[in-house]
Write a protein that binds this ligand. Structure first.
Ligand code: FMN
Length: 398
């Protein structure tokens, strides 16, 4: 009997109808203006992805306030002007039939004072980053900022929001036993570390009813005292209990190097965009390369590295699960979806190179992404809008 292939069938999950099961994972685009308003370039990017067949788009992270921003081109939703601009953008995506989800984030300890002009804050003062421990009043302010962000996203026409609880940003700093060392009611056991997320859900539900709210979490962390799969399963159960509509499973923090996006250590790109390092002689640069490869230890495996965690979480909860990380070919995707290992798959780097990858998969024109995982894109976005460098250092990054 022929195997049933669900990948290209539409599905309603988490209150959102997806035309197929392959979606674009959140990818910082750096295509907003200084005030966080989306530019024409961002709209074009999303339209290319939608016309290229993606089952849905999760935006690059959008700041819930100025203090949680990083880089001067990170999107913000916190003004009527920006909400109006996003209304036009979401409408254009809906005209094509592609759902769009706003990823809401506060960068916490992983932003810089130079970026925000403000004090960098985190749940605890730890050596992973330079940040001051948040006061209780600041925690309540952040909760309000997330609730406001969810209301604003709904008003702007997004099909739902994704709260960023992964990659070492503020909400994941709270949830992670490594990063949250607080001894008050916002730290300690799992329930206390989760309290900030629970409070956001409780307050948001009063404002937006059953509007889709999903999250992205670290299924595990590779650093000492980081999240274990057992711990992330506990968090997933708590998320289900507070009315979360779906969970995307990732891993990593900035301190953990390239655990999130595995592949090449992009030292040539790091050197190229640092004026001081770039002036060094060629042999000195290659020494930097060797050091960089040692400094960013690469956890193994390099593909499907969040699948075990996602599948374990899927078994433990009854809400939809999305797996991201090192997914590059259609055979793997069909296996994941048809064997019910995850409800959706999400991809980031493959879509930076090929916006139309899903159409190519569907038409049988290609079975594998052409992305070489050079990781130059992740360095490039610090200075310039998102693009694929395909392993070539540009003359100038910005
Ligand atoms: C250039 C770039 C920007 C990213 N921006 C975000 C982001 O804004 N929010 C987020 O949750 N993850 C972000 N990620 C991580 C991806 O969503 C994804 O989890 C990771 O790249 C692994 O997926 P992949 O192997 O398909 O690239 C980014 C990754 C890259 C390479």
């Amino acid at each position: 009997m022929e195997k049933k292939n669900k990948v290209f069938e539409p599905i309603k999950l988490a209150g959102i109808t997806f035309p197929n099961r392959i979606i674009r994972s959140a990818t910082y685009e750096g295509m907003s203006d200084e005030n966080g308003k989306p530019t024409e370039q961002l709209l074009k990017k999303y339209i290319a992805l939608a016309k290229g067949g993606v089952g849905g788009i999760i935006t690059g992270f959008i700041g819930v306030n100025e203090q949680g921003r990083s880089g001067s081109h990170m999107a913000l939703l916190n003004s009527n002007e920006n909400i109006e601009a996003y209304k036009e953008l979401t409408q254009k995506l809906h005209d094509i039939g592609t759902p769009i989800i706003a990823q809401l984030n506060h960068c916490g300890g992983q932003t810089k004072k130079e970026d925000t002009g403000m004090q960098v804050i985190a749940p605890s003062k730890i050596s992973d980053y330079k940040a001051r421990e948040m006061t209780r009043a600041e925690i309540l302010e952040v909760i309000e900022a997330f609730v406001q962000g969810i209301k604003d996203a709904k008003e702007a026409g997004f099909d739902g929001v994704q709260l960023h609880l992964a990659h070492g940003y503020l909400l994941s700093e709270f949830v992670s036993p490594r990063m949250n060392r607080r001894t008050d009611e916002w730290g300690g056991n799992t329930e206390n570390r989760f309290r900030i997320v629970k409070t956001i859900f409780e307050k948001a539900r009063k404002e937006v009813g059953n509007y889709p709210i999903i999250v992205k979490i670290n299924g595990y962390e590779t650093l000492k005292n980081g999240m274990s799969i057992d711990e992330s399963i506990k968090i997933a159960k708590l998320l289900e209990k507070v009315g979360c509509n779906g969970i995307e499973v990732s891993n990593g923090t900035i301190k953990a190097g390239l655990a999130t996006m595995r592949g090449n250590v992009p030292w040539e790109m790091i050197v190229a965009q640092n004026d001081r390092l770039n002036k060094m002689p060629r042999f000195a640069k290659s020494i930097i390369g060797t050091v960089a490869e040692k400094a960013f230890p690469q956890p193994q495996p390099k593909s499907l590295y969040n699948l075990d965690a996602a599948t374990a979480i899927k078994k433990a909860v009854n809400i939809p699960v999305i797996v991201v990380g090192g997914i590059t070919n259609i055979d793997e995707i069909e296996d994941i979806i048809n064997q019910n290992k995850s409800d959706l798959v999400s991809l980031c780097r493959p879509f930076i190179l090929e916006s139309d990858l899903v159409n190519k998969f569907k038409a049988g024109l290609q079975t594998k992404s052409k992305c070489i995982q050079c990781n130059f894109c992740i360095i490039g976005i610090e200075k310039a809008p998102l693009r694929c460098y395909y392993g070539k250092v540009p003359a100038r990054v910005a």
